[in-house]
Design a protein around this ligand. Sequence first.
Ligand SMILES: [Zn+2]
Length: 116
Amino acid sequence: MKYIRNGKGFTLLELLIVIAIIGILIAIAIVGFNSAKATADEKVCKANQRTIEMGRAYYSLTNPSFGSSLEELEDVFRIMGISSEDETSLLLCPAKGTYAFVEGSSDVVCSIEGHN
Ligand SMILES: [Zn+2]
């Protein structure tokens, strides 16, 4: 195996070093992307929880309960400007968590730790 440059292109060692550096950069980028995605998912989840909580509070103004499902709150969401079923389906945890509606208050909690 030749490690000494002979004037014709790159040596194997140079190529391996370049490939290793590219691999390290890709690994750093993947870690950064995953971290950013987790942060974004958490913030979207919290925003969804606040939206649903507002809907539940609004629902309780004209009903004896806070509502126990997104379907039950459909009319309220329509008034809030979330008009279609597609838009209502956006009120789900982006990290596939499930929301639990707290009885006796308008609070909504996500099943994923750190999303509350
Ligand atoms: Zn969540």
